[in-house]
Ligand binder design. Sequence first.
Ligand code: DP6
Length: 360
Amino acid sequence: MDYPEFASPVVSKLPEEGIITCTSPSNIALVKYWGKRPIQLPQNASISFTLDSCKTTTSLTYKKQGGIKEDFDFNLFFEGEPKPDFKPKIRSFFERIQEYLPLLNQYTFTIETSNTFPHSSGIASSASGMSALAYCLMQLEKKINPDISNSEYLQKSSFLARLGSGSACRSIEGPVTVWGEHPDINGSSDAYAIPFPFPVHQNFDEYQDTILLIDKGEKQVSSTVGHNLMYDHPFAAKRFEQATANVSKLKEILISGDLDAFIQVVESEALTLHAMMMTSLPYFILMKPNTLSVIHKIWEYRETTGSKVCFTLDAGANVHVLYPNTEKNQVLDFIINELVAYCQNGQYICDKIGLGAKIV
Ligand code: DP6
């Protein structure tokens, strides 16, 4: 066991049956995680805003079995329908976390999950989905280990979520989280995310994220494949260094509230992420023509109005438009009048910075 601090206590009596429901949001990275090493450890530290309304709700029904089974016993429903094609991902998640949660093969589970955002909208459903499931499983563990402290509980939830999907570990808490060991961030770890351990400037209170759904098609290249292409990438070492330096810069920016500096780091990170995709072998492009049109419109709007709006991207064509709450009305007008035309079927989602996973 690599992380004995996350071992489960040995107990003689397990709860018989019940149901646990929780929600967990998506998150948007400001400094990106792109490149990992086994098992699910990041090549550089990343920082994200936890979102508020883009979230997954997961209900975990558990029933104790007679004995210990060889295989995991679970059913999976997504928006009310059985989802056999999601099962291999959950099975491999269970395999990875079994040593930290030995109760897993002593239960029959039914996992029912739904998202507030459209599936395949390009919004990272693995972050909200895996963090919601990890959080539910930790609620079950809490029943056998009621003395676990809140911080241990959150840390282990994040630790388990990471083993499902790297970015998922940043969704357990909010409003700003850091994942990956970094010399300037006390308490940071490759194994789990922590809340940003400094006061965040009020300029970021209620910070807005409007997600423009530019292209809702299935991604041609999954994040997992993209991460793996960083292994032999000619610019990998420099990129990891740059991300480390950007975490240091962003730390100061989040404390000082310097929005011009924020824009520079965040947009550079987004474009660098896509530059890594374009310069890997095989190379690929996830942006669409409308992604670029939107970026140019944002730059033009900023130039003419002095607004502090900026954009970031994740591994897809959609654009996250980030802006201070104080500019909410003006920027939303701009989005509706000038950007929605570039969205597929005019679709966009208004979200903002949020607080992480919750029991329902
Ligand atoms: C571009 O967390 O989806 O969104 O660990 O393989 O599940 P896996 O990858 P994932 O990668 C997210 C990449 C990103 C950047 C980020 O969220 O930091």
